[in-house]
Design a protein around this ligand. Structure first.
Ligand code: GLY
Length: 592
C-alpha cells in the first residue's frame, strides 16, 4: 500500500464514504399555492427484513416552510430566519454560515459549494462557488520522485484550493435574498461567539478525526488536553466569531482581503502551501444556468459543471426512462438496469467533464434523450458489460453536506457544500478559526490513478491554475408536470451523491415511495471504475445478488451517500412539506 492508498483507506473510508460533503436544500413553498393539490399518492415500500430502516416511518412535515440539513443548530438557524420573514435564500445563507460553526467536519468558510434555486416567480439559477486551483498550482504537483501520487493533495497546506464559500453565500444573498448580512449571519455569529454545547455527534466526529486535527493548529481548540471535548462541554470559537464579524461588516472583502486573508496566506506560507493573498483577492463565484432535464414527466433542475452531479444524474435518468416498464423494486432486473445506467453515465463523467472555462464538453448531447437511446442499444437485460468494453462519449474538443430550504412563498433552494474530506486538509488557520479544504484531490492528480473516492478520471479534469476541480455534488430540484417544486434533494459522499440522488428520485417517482422510504431504502452504487456493483449490506436479498452475479456483475457490500431532502406532501387534508435528513446520518428537518 503506498502512502496515497493508505490515506485513501484511513481518511477515505471514515471521512468520505460517511460524508465529506455536506449539503443542504432549502425549500420554501407557499401553502396557498398548493391548496387543493392532489395527495401525492404514495405507496409504502417493502424493504428486505434485515434492512435497518423500517418502511412507512413518517418524515417531519410543516405547512409553510421547511429546512433540512445535517446539523440541528444550522436547521434551527434557517427556521429562525424564515420565521423572521426571510425568504428561502436568506435562510439558506444563514444555514450555510451556521454550518461553518456548528458542523466543522463539513460546514465551512474554507471550502466551496454549489446552489440550485427556483424562485416562486419562475426565476431559476445555479451558483458555482467551487474552489479554484491557486496560481502556483501545476499539473504534476502531487507526483512524487518515485512517479507515484503523494498524500499532499489530501493532507496539509498544499491540498487547498482557493475557498469559494464566503463569496458564494454572499452572492446568493445579494441577488436573491431579502435580508441584510447582519441579519442572516446573526445566528452563526451567536453560535461562534457564545459557544455551542458539544453533543455526542460533534464529539464523535472530532474523536474519529483526531489523528488529522492534531497535526495542525486546530488541535488546541478541538482537542483540549489532547482529547475531544466531552459531551456537554462548551465550545466557543472566538477566532471564527471575529472572522464572521469581519464578513458581516465588510462583505467579501472581510474574508478575501485584509486581516482574515492575511492570516490564511501567512499560515499557508508557513506550512509550505501555495495559496496566496493574491489568489484569495482574485476569487469569483460564477452564476450558471441550471442544467435542465426531465424524467417521466417531471422536470429536473440540477448543477452543471464544474460539478459532474447534474450531468450524471440526468444522463442516468434518461437511460432509465428509455424503459417503458418499471421492474419490481430491488429486483435483479431493476438493479441491473440501474447499475448499467450508472456505469455508462460514469464512463462519460470520468473522461469528459471538467471546468467549462478550461474544458469543452458535449453537455447537451450527454443530457439528451437521443444519446440515452443510443446507450440503451448497448445495454442487454441479460448480461452486464465490463467497464473496459464501454466507450466514452468522446470529447468535442478536447465530505460534504447538503441542505434544502423551501419558504412560504414558493422559493426553493438546494445547496451542497464541502471541504472535501471531513475537516478538509486538517489545516486550521490561527486567527481566522477556519479549517481549509483539501479539494485539490478532486482534480485528476494522475490519469489512471484513483482519487480518495476511487474515481479514475482523465485529462479533462487535470490541474491548471485558476481551474475548478470536477465535483460530484448534485443539488437537484424536481418539478411536477405543472412546473411546481415537488422535491429538493442533494447529498454528501463524493460520487455516491450521484447514485443516491438518482435512487431517491426513482423511488419517489417510479415506486411512489413517501420521502422517508425513498431516502431510507437500501441503495446500490456503480461508478464504472472500479468495475464493481456495490450494495448496502442487508439491503439486497442474497438471491438477487446471485442473479446479478449470474448476469456478470462483480458485487460487494459498500457505502452510499447521505441525503437531505424536502418533498411536497399532504398532512391531514392540507398541503405541506415533508423534510428529511438521511437516517444513515444525523441532522434535523424542521419548519413551521
Ligand atoms: N469533494 C467531493 C466532490 O466535490 O464531489
Amino acid at each position: 500500500m503506498n502512502s496515497k492508498t493508505s490515506i485513501l483507506h484511513v481518511i477515505g473510508v471514515f471521512a468520505f464514504l460517511l460524508a465529506g460533503v455536506t449539503g443542504a436544500l432549502v425549500c420554501l413553498h407557499a401553502q396557498a399555492q398548493n391548496a387543493g393539490r392532489r395527495p401525492s399518492n404514495v405507496e409504502i415500500a417493502t424493504f428486505p427484513s434485515a434492512w435497518t430502516y423500517r418502511p412507512g416511518t413518517p418524515a417531519p412535515s410543516a405547512q409553510n416552510a421547511m429546512v433540512a440539513s445535517n446539523c440541528a443548530l444550522a436547521t434551527k438557524a434557517g427556521v429562525e430566519i424564515l420565521r423572521a420573514g426571510g425568504n428561502a435564500v436568506d435562510a439558506a445563507v444563514a444555514v450555510g454560515f451556521a454550518l461553518a460553526v456548528a458542523y466543522p467536519e463539513a460546514g465551512n468558510l474554507g471550502g466551496g459549494g454549489y446552489a440550485v434555486l427556483r424562485m416562486a416567480d419562475g426565476r431559476e439559477a445555479a451558483l458555482d462557488y467551487r474552489e479554484t486551483a491557486p496560481a502556483g498550482a501545476a499539473p504534476k504537483m502531487y507526483i512524487g520522485r518515485d512517479g507515484k501520487p503523494t498524500d499532499q493533495s489530501l493532507v496539509g497546506h498544499r491540498a487547498s484550493g482557493v475557498p469559494g464559500s464566503v463569496a458564494g453565500l454572499l452572492a446568493l444573498l445579494d441577488k436573491y435574498g431579502s435580508m441584510n448580512r447582519a441579519q442572516v449571519m446573526a445566528p452563526a455569529i451567536r453560535l461562534a461567539r457564545d459557544g455551542v454545547t458539544v453533543d455526542a455527534i460533534l464529539r464523535t466526529s472530532i474523536a474519529e478525526n483526531a489523528d488529522l486535527i492534531k497535526r495542525f493548529a486546530g488541535a488546541a481548540l478541538f482537542l483540549p488536553g489532547g482529547q475531544p471535548p466531552a459531551v456537554g462541554a462548551h465550545l466557543v470559537q472566538a477566532d471564527l466569531a471575529a472572522t464572521l464579524g469581519q464578513i458581516a461588516a465588510h462583505g467579501s472583502d472581510g474574508f478575501y482581503r485584509g486581516e482574515v486573508a492575511d492570516a490564511i496566506a501567512r499560515e499557508m506560507q508557513r506550512g509550505g502551501g501555495i495559496l496566496t493573498a493574491r489568489d484569495l483577492a482574485s476569487y469569483q463565484p460564477v452564476w450558471r444556468d441550471p442544467l435542465k432535464g426531465s424524467y417521466r414527466g417531471y422536470g429536473l433542475l440540477s448543477m452543471p459543471p464544474s460539478s459532474s452531479g447534474g450531468v450524471t444524474v440526468i444522463e442516468t435518468l434518461n437511460i432509465l426512462e428509455t424503459y417503458k416498464d418499471v421492474p419490481a423494486w430491488n429486483s435483479a432486473l431493476g438493479l441491473h438496469r440501474l447499475a448499467s445506467a450508472f456505469q455508462r453515465a460514469f464512463v462519460d463523467r470520468n473522461t469528459s467533464l471538467g471546468d467549462p472555462a478550461f474544458t469543452k464538453m458535449p453537455i447537451q448531447r450527454m443530457t439528451g434523450k437521443a444519446y440515452a437511446q443510443s446507450l440503451r442499444a448497448s445495454l442487454s437485460d441479460a448480461r452486464a458489460a465490463a467497464t473496459s468494453t464501454l466507450k466514452a462519449i468522446g470529447s468535442e474538443g478536447t465530505q460534504t453536506t447538503n441542505y434544502c430550504v423551501v419558504d412560504r412563498n414558493g422559493n426553493a433552494v438546494g445547496v451542497t457544500t464541502t471541504i472535501n474530506s471531513l475537516y478538509g486538509s486538517g489545516v486550521w488557520i490561527p486567527g481566522a478559526g477556519v479549517f481549509m479544504n483539501n479539494q485539490m484531490d478532486d482534480f485528476t492528480v494522475q490519469p489512471g490513478t484513483p482519487n480518495q473516492f476511487g474515481l479514475v478520471q482523465g485529462e479533462a479534469n487535470g490541474i491548471v491554475p485558476g481551474k475548478r476541480m470536477l465535483s460530484a455534488m448534485a443539488p437537484t430540484i424536481v418539478l411536477d408536470s405543472a412546473g411546481k417544486v415537488w422535491m429538493i434533494v442533494g447529498g454528501r459522499g463524493g460520487p455516491r451523491i450521484i447514485t443516491a440522488v438518482v435512487q431517491a428520485i426513482v423511488n419517489a417517482i417510479d415506486y411512489r415511495m413517501p420521502l422517508a422510504d425513498a431516502v431510507g431504502a437500501p441503495r446500490i452504487h456503480d461508478q464504472a471504475l472500479p468495475d464493481v456493483l456495490e450494495y448496502e449490506k442487508d439491503g439486497v436479498p442474497a438471491d438477487v445478488i446471485r442473479a446479478l452475479e449470474a448476469k456478470g456483475w462483480k458485487t460487494r457490500p459498500g457505502g452510499t451517500g447521505s441525503l437531505t431532502a424536502i418533498k411536497r406532501t399532504i398532512a391531514g387534508s392540507k398541503p405541506a412539506w415533508e423534510g428529511l435528513f438521511d437516517p444513515r446520518k444525523h441532522g434535523l428537518a424542521a419548519g413551521y
